[in-house]
Structures are given as C-alpha cells and as structure tokens.
Design a protein around this ligand. Sequence first.
Ligand SMILES: [Zn+2]
Ligand SMILES: [Zn+2]
Length: 273
Amino acid sequence: MPLSPFACTNCGHWQRYFAVPPNCPICSDVRNDLPPSGWKFVTPELLAPQLQYHWRETIPGIWEFWSTPRFGLDSHGWLLIYPEGNVAFEAAPYYNDAQLQKIEELGGINILASSHPHGYGALYQLQDHFRPELLIQKDDLEWTKAFRVTIPYDETLEIRPGLTLHHTGGHYAGHSVLHDAARRAVFAGDALKIEFDPDGTAARISCHKAYHKQIPLSRDEARRYRAVFETLDFTSVFTPFEYATETSTKAALALLDEVIAGPPFTRSIPIQR
Ligand SMILES: [Zn+2]
Ligand SMILES: [Zn+2]
C-alpha cells in the first residue's frame, strides 16, 4: 500500500502513512500542546482548497511564501535567490501549483534546509518537486520521516561563502540557524521570538525551550545560543513566522545575557537598538 501525506491540523506537521496516522509526533512532544478535542488529519486534497496562497519579495533577493487562513503553526517559507542556485529555508504549510510555478520561475531550489521541526511545513513537497539537497542537523533526524535528509551536518555547514548553518541546540536538540553575512540577516528559527508594535516595528524579544508551555532554556542552553549569536553579525531576523528589521546581534546578546544572569525566564524584553 503506498504511503500518503497527512497533516496534523493542530500543528501542521506532515507524515507519510499507510492510513490516517494514530498521532502526531510533534504535538505528542512536550514542546507542543495536544489537540484538546483529539487528533485530526487532512490530506493535500482536503487542505489545498481551504487555503489562499501568497508570495512576495520581502527584501531584494529573499522571497516569502505563505498561506491564509492560518494552518497549523502557520510557518512561512523563505527563498534566497542566487545565480549559482537558490536556497530555501523553512517551508509554508502547503504549496499550491501557482507557488511551485513561481519558485520554478525564480530558478527552483538547489539547497533546502530548516531550523527545526516547527519550520518544516511542507518541506516534503519542495523536495518531491525540486529534488534539492536537503540539509538538517543530525540531532533532529528523528523528526524528518516525511522527507529524506541528503546532507546531515554537525556544528556548522557553509552552504557557500557567507551563507552558513550554525547548530544552536536548545529549543530542539538539532535546532540550527542560517546566517546570511552579505545581507546581515539571521534565519533564527525559534531561537528568537519577536513581538511587534501595532505599526509593525519589532519591539520585544524572547527565547524559550518550549513556547506553548513557556518552559525557559536552561542556563547552559542560553550560553550556547550566546556563543553562536556573538559570532554572527546581523541587523534583521527571519523566523519561520515573521521578519523583523532593526533586530540585531546586540538585541539577541542583551536578551541572552539577562537569561544567563538570573533564574531562567521566558518573558520578552525590549529590543535594544
Ligand atoms: Zn501536530
Ligand atoms: Zn519551534
């Protein structure tokens, strides 16, 4: 019997299964909440017509793909355009034909990667369609059953000069961030959570082991984040859910210094410019 894709409606995680899956590994994990009224899964055929599909060039050379209304954790996929081959980081909940066509027009995908399972979205679809190399830090392999990791990596992996994956651990054991030196941007996964003012200005910043349950990072985990972020020069942050300008290395280090200094916490602090 062939395996079919099913998405958990609580978090959006895709599994390939021979029947409706008995549970969702992401929601069963301590970092997510269980669906209060039981498991519910959708197939691509059921989900596709429920969504509207969007894209935009967020900043020159970086495209954003997402859908509405919110599905699952509501991740956004980022596409970084390079003449020598595009890089996709994180993925939208599901891609329709128009989005896949747009990515094709922009040059397709040579390298596909993600920070951690909450950013995976429909990564499996991008792999099926574009056949890129798929890079995931080796400690997160257990969450990748819907697709095939072709290049597992250890502590850092330079995709090309100035574009490097850095393992942070913490939120997930294999959690990693992507640093784009030329654009002074970090794709921070869920290492950093940004809150915005009503006018869209990035206002506050926080970090968590588990966002839903508000579990803080341990001190050593925060130290590890700090050791990675202090080596990265950035002025903007892309997470699986948002794009924040004027959020710099300084803001991240100020947060982590405060977390390291006292009892662990998950509250947000004002972003230091
Ligand atoms: Zn789930
Ligand atoms: Zn997460």
